[in-house]
Write a protein that binds this ligand. Structure first.
Ligand code: CU
Ligand code: ZN
Length: 207
């Protein structure tokens, strides 16, 4: 029984859209035990039985795809939970040479619009102002800028104190967006970084 609950919860989190199906299947199978077995009670029990690893993966990955008109650009970002914060590694290719591009986590894991506006605005669960990555006030999703080299490639690594990989403010299932222009790190509400050129949804990575 415990194993069933744990697996059900894991599938709910990882599969996103199938969560409702999974939960309703759980409710159907275990409903005879009463309401305490469902909803929040289910999640609390799953945590009590040590399934944090499934709910809060230590590694996440995003493959960035070009928006319309940006074919040839691509990228990948990984997020790793460490004792000092979230280690971010980003790699971009096919970008303009020697250029600077706003780099954010956006609120919705939906890159389906041709211009990626479906990803919504910056991920901002604390309802704060836009800012630089090391600013006192910033959106959770504010990751500053990425600079490309003369070949239009970029590789950056940093440890960020603002991102969260667990709990209600987790970046799991949200989007990473790279912009056409630089984030000026001060303009409200989103740093004036222009169009979105790359977008991808943050998923669970292999450990
Ligand atoms: Cu952005
Ligand atoms: Zn922002």
């Amino acid at each position: 029984m415990k194993k069933t609950i744990s697996t059900s919860t894991k599938i709910s989190v990882v599969m996103g859209l199938t969560a409702l199906v999974s939960l309703s299947a759980f409710a159907h199978n275990h409903g005879q035990h009463g309401n305490k077995e469902q909803g929040h009670g289910q999640q609390e029990r799953a945590q009590a039985h040590g399934s944090h690893a499934h709910l809060y993966p230590a590694n996440m990955v995003v493959h960035l795809r070009p928006t319309r008109g940006n074919e040839g650009k691509f990228g990948m970002v990984t997020f790793e939970r460490t004792d000092d914060g979230v280690k971010v590694m980003a790699h971009l290719e096919g970008m303009p040479a020697n250029s600077t591009h706003g780099f954010h986590v956006h609120e919705f894991g939906d890159c389906s619009a041709p211009d990626a506006t479906s990803a919504g605005s910056h991920f901002n669960p604390n309802e704060t102002q836009h800012g630089a990555r090391d600013a006192e006030h910033r959106h959770v999703g504010d990751l500053g800028n990425i600079e490309t080299n003369r070949s239009g490639m970029a590789h950056v690594e940093f440890v960020d104190q603002g991102l969260t990989m667990r709990g209600p403010h987790s970046i799991l299932g949200r989007a990473v967006v790279v912009h056409e222009q630089a984030d000026d790190l001060t303009s409200q509400p989103v740093g004036n970084a222009g169009a979105r050129v790359l977008c991808g949804v943050i998923g669970v990575a292999k450990n």
